[in-house]
Design a protein around this ligand. Structure first.
Ligand SMILES: [Zn+2]
Length: 189
């Protein structure tokens, strides 16, 4: 990518990230942005002046701050502890996420991990699995954490997730539940 035309650090309470602005000749009117961990990259049409860029960045940054503060308020301490332990034990502490919480509104999925937007690194775990065996809950957490390294279910993803030693057993458990419900376990994680 090109050199940034503007860089800025944003810090609001617990939320902190850097903003990098790049001019992108492919853009005509609107800006594009993506968040990756603590790095917000904004691409703007080259014809914008400094004032326009600054107010655009203000607007995007405010939206990201708001979303991330909301996610942190909802962070669940038990899941956070568990995720940190899994990260340390199996992934050399290499994974980073923003928040992790139980949710009751996921229809089918057992867990999800978002990437790219204002919710980058927000992990959600369905509370329908709360009473499932601990090694399966850990698997679901490990699965979502591993998506921070490999977003898709590529062979690399599965190889990486196999660092969690009970992966195969837990996948079998999930497949069994899905089978009983005439569902496809691949849609659940
Ligand atoms: Zn997955």
């Amino acid at each position: 990518m090109s050199q940034p035309i503007l860089q800025r650090a944003v810090r609001e309470g617990e939320v902190a990230f850097t903003v990098e602005v790049h001019a992108d000749r492919r853009l005509r009117k609107s800006a594009r942005w993506s968040l990756n961990g603590a790095r917000l990259v904004v691409r703007v049409p080259p014809r914008l002046d400094r004032g326009q860029i600054n107010s655009l960045v203000d607007e995007i940054a405010a939206r990201v701050v708001k979303q991330r503060q909301r996610a942190l308020r909802q962070n669940d301490a038990d899941l956070e502890r568990r995720a940190r332990a899994i990260n340390r034990k199996y992934f050399d502490g290499a994974l980073q996420w923003h928040s992790i919480r139980w949710v009751s509104n996921m229809q089918k999925r057992l867990g999800s991990c978002s990437g790219g937007g204002a919710t980058d690194g927000d992990i959600r775990i369905s509370d329908r699995i709360r009473a499932w065996p601990p090694y399966v809950i850990d698997y679901v957490i490990a699965h979502e954490l591993a998506h921070r390294m490999h977003p898709n279910h590529s062979p690399e993803f599965w190889a990486y997730l196999a660092r969690y030693p009970h992966m195969e057993r837990a996948r079998g458990f999930v497949e069994g539940v899905a089978f009983a419900e005439k569902a496809d376990a691949d849609d659940w994680l």
